[in-house]
Design a binder for this molecule. Structure first.
Ligand SMILES: Nc1ncnc2c1ncn2[C@@H]1O[C@H](COP(=O)(O)OP(=O)(O)OP(=O)(O)O)[C@@H](O)[C@H]1O
Length: 771
């Protein structure tokens, strides 16, 4: 406020000073402005040359026309022609594939869409933003966060008050030039110091407290999203991977953007409302008496409403582009990450050209989206750049007649203009911040959708424990997480009144001492049936083996029994997503396990427990038993995923089982990288656990080899149907029944081999005779 007003004051002061100097030099007459030589006009510009102006010339319409002659006849046509030519040709240089579809590269456009309606950009956005902000202010930010916020509001209000004081001080300061006085000068200098030191303090602490507050908020929002996502990563990837892209980007980038943008928009709205109240009151009190007191405010409102509507109609797709930009950026980054993670395969397959093509394809989508955003923003800029200057002319047209007829003074006119400007600035919040609001909408939607789907899975796990159902438990689950995080935002040793002492820690209870079972039909993520009527039981203290051909579905059954596979329809009447394994203490070794890196061997063998969870001598003993005496020692950091060989990694997993003694161990062909002798050795070690009550479920192609470690056997039988599809069924069997059939098969195989070798020998003899 003050800066603009001061600018206007100084401009008019400067103008008057120049005019009076000129008048003093040349008297009242002055020479009329002559057209300048072309070179002079081009170099200086007619509009800037005040030396020939007189107060008379300022009032002549003809002079006004001449004042802009260079712009009117040279620069304006040139700019218009250049803009038209540029518009006609520049897209040919764009190097962008306009035909590219802007959906996912795998062709699966998710159901997640950003709501870019007017309501979506205002009311619904505010609702969703408040929901997300509540996570912090009801949890970890309930004490510190609220304190920081109150402090910041206070600093902002003090800042506004100091602005007004400075504005007032400026008037007194400049008056000193007109009425010089030494005591007044000293008082002014004293006040200047006090004012500016106070301003400096508020300025510095506004930024510092703001940074502390935003980091605290971001920290706890990130923890919250990690807490709801990490327990469901597998299910989330299986079910939502197609539509809710790049969860890593949501947790890292979107939370940071949400925090900073919520803050700046909230304070923007606060300042807007304060300005609106203050200046509406001022304007109503200085509106010319010939007009209705509220008429100027109403004009400002109508003008801004018209501007907001136009800008929204033109730019409603901006929120969608912003959301697409985040998705395309995330997809590109994840592809780069994949190349890094799979660098060994890239080098082995010599696939660098193919990888470059894939990367460029992803970047093309970023480019196309950026181009479309740029084109839309250009159109919006045309409206926005018209909007504010047009406003000034409009207000001048309304107020000038009152000034020309002498009803209001120049001072009153300027005051009205300034107040009108501020009010319409406030009303035009949407116009001025349209692109920010669109970006914010995309960020809020991405976080909100992410949160809803993660909570849906958490809910099902908690329902399972509590036997509850419905959206109430969804809310309870979220509250439990927020409560769990709350103490991190409350200073230690605060009285319970201020802190969250009512902690309900979300812990998975110890595994029940029951067997695992699954009675269900299993589906694929596409919705196709994989296997119907699967009945399997894994008793504690015994080993169960599932065998079958490649792709028969062994791993999927293991995942379903462990409660990880979300596409299960239970036939015993329980919830779709409920699996007994979801609650149990299972250590599942997948076909391609991986660990975080870098890690020491001690950390790796203890993971997911902490490195000091097991005793040092136990770790050394168990590593010795599995034959893993690793040269660099227990505590040197390595990338276990690449440093350990496949077989060594599998032995590490067995070592962990022996240390952790889980209730159930699931082995998905987990010894495939070992020699037969070592495999048997590892199973012997695990058999000791089974004798002590651990349940073992393994998969294998060859059940004969591991027969002595299992007591129950299942085989997956695959039949090809007439329509070309496959019917899979899980059938229990007794080894004694299968042995005979398998023996016959083996004899047949050997016979075929002997026949082939015999023919080979005959051919070889013939060739040597001919030679
Ligand atoms: N995430 C998935 N998305 C789609 N299809 C899947 C998925 N996981 C498994 N399948 C399909 O389910 C079928 C069974 O796969 P599964 O991995 O369970 O077989 P398997 O018997 O363990 O095979 P292998 O012995 O080769 O490991 C396969 O046809 C596979 O293509």
């Amino acid at each position: 406020v003050s800066v603009d007003a001061r600018g206007e004051l100084r401009q008019s002061e400067g103008l008057l000073r120049r005019d009076s100097q000129f008048t003093n030099r040349t008297g009242n007459g002055g020479t009329p402005l002559k057209p300048k030589a072309l070179l002079e006009v081009w170099t200086l510009g007619g509009a800037l040359n005040h030396s020939h102006e007189t107060p008379e010339s300022l009032r002549t319409a003809e002079k006004e026309r001449h004042a802009m002659s260079t712009l009117t006849y040279v620069w304006f046509p040139m700019a218009a022609v250049m803009a038209i030519l540029f518009e006609a040709f520049h897209l040919r240089w764009a190097e962008v594939d306009w035909s590219l579809p802007l959906d996912r590269s795998d062709g699966r456009e998710g159901s997640e869409k950003v709501d870019s309606s007017f309501r979506g950009l205002t009311l619904r956005l505010a609702q969703r933003g408040c929901h997300l902000a509540w996570i912090y202010f009801a949890g970890a930010g309930r004490v510190k966060g609220r304190c920081y916020l109150i402090l910041l509001v206070w600093i902002h209000l003090v800042g506004m008050y100091l602005e007004l004081l400075t504005f007032d001080f400026q008037k007194r300061y400049w008056n000193l030039y007109q009425q010089p006085s030494l005591p007044l000068f000293f008082e002014l200098i004293r006040n200047w110091f006090i004012l500016h030191i106070t301003r400096m303090i508020t300025y510095v602490y506004e930024f510092y407290v703001e940074d502390i507050f935003l980091l605290h908020w971001r920290d706890h929002l990130t923890r919250y999203f990690e807490a709801i996502w990490v327990p469901n990563t597998y299910v989330f990837k299986m079910k939502e991977g197609g539509k809710l892209d790049n969860p890593d980007q949501r947790i890292h980038v979107d939370t940071a953007n949400f925090v900073t943008q919520t803050y700046s928009l909230t304070f923007g709205v606060m300042k807007m409302l304060l300005n609106l109240l203050m200046y509406s009151y001022m304007l109503m009190s200085i509106t010319p008496t010939q007009m209705h007191p509220g008429s100027l405010v109403a004009i400002a409102f109508l003008y801004s409403a018209l501007g907001s509507m136009t800008i929204h109609l033109m730019g409603s797709k901006l929120a969608h582009f912003s959301w697409l930009g985040e998705r395309c950026g995330g997809d590109f980054r994840s592809e780069l990450r994949r190349v890094y993670d799979q660098c060994e395969s890239v080098a082995s397959f010599r696939s660098d050209e193919a990888e470059l093509c894939r990367l460029q394809h992803r970047f093309e989508r970023i480019k196309l989206n950026t181009w479309q955003t740029m084109l839309l923003e250009k159109r919006l800029a045309i409206v926005q750049k018209w909007y504010s200057p047009l406003r000034e002319i409009l207000f001048m047209c309304i107020l000038a007649p009152f000034f020309i007829t002498g009803v209001v003074s120049l001072g009153r006119l300027k005051q009205c203009e300034m107040a009108l400007d501020r009010i319409s600035d406030s009303f035009s919040f949407l116009v001025e911040n349209y692109s920010n609001l669109s970006t914010y909408r995309a960020v809020v939607d991405r976080l909100y959708n992410f949160r809803s789907s993660c909570l849906a899975y958490l809910k099902s796990r908690k329902d399972e424990r509590d036997g509850e159902d419905g959206s109430e438990s969804n809310r309870k689950t979220e509250l439990a997480i927020i409560e769990r995080l709350a103490p991190l935002g409350i200073p230690p040793k605060w009285p319970p009144f201020w802190g969250g002492s009512s902690l309900e820690v979300l812990q998975i209870p110890p595994s029940p001492e029951t067997d695992l079972s699954l009675d269900a039909s299993i589906y694929l993520p596409s919705g196709d049936l994989l296997m119907e009527d699967v009945h399997i039981q894994v008793p504690r203290g015994s080993g169960v083996m599932i065998c079958g051909e490649e792709g028969a579905g062994k791993s999927t059954i293991l995942r379903a029994v462990a409660g990880m596979w979300p596409f299960v329809k239970r036939t015993d009447g329980r919830n779709d997503t409920q699996c007994t394994g979801g609650m149990a203490d299972i250590f599942f070794i997948p076909q391609k396990p991986g660990l975080p890196s870098p890690m020491s061997l001690r950390e790796a063998v203890s993971f997911p427990h902490s490195a000091d969870h097991f005793r040092d001598e136990d770790i050394r003993d168990v590593l010795q038993r599995v034959g893993l005496e690793f040269a660099p020692g227990l505590d040197s950091k390595i990338d276990v995923n690449t440093t350990l060989s496949g077989g060594e990694f599998q032995r590490l997993m067995v070592a962990h089982c022996i240390l952790a003694k889980p209730s159930f161990i699931f082995l998905d062909e987990s010894m495939a990288h070992m020699s037969r002798a070592n495999r048997l050795q590892m199973y012997k070690l695990l058999a000791e656990l089974v004798q002590n009550g651990t349940g073992l479920l393994s998969t294998s192609h060859c059940w004969q080899e591991l027969i002595q470690f299992h007591s129950e056997f299942y085989v997956i039988e695959v039949k090809k149907l007439e329509d070309g599809s496959f019917k899979r069924s899980l059938v229990p069997f007794r080894p004694s029944e299968r042995a005979e059939g398998d023996l016959c098969m083996q004899v047949n195989e050997k016979d075929k081999e002997i026949e082939r070798l015999r023919e080979e020998i005959i051919r070889f003899r013939k060739r040597s005779k001919q030679a």
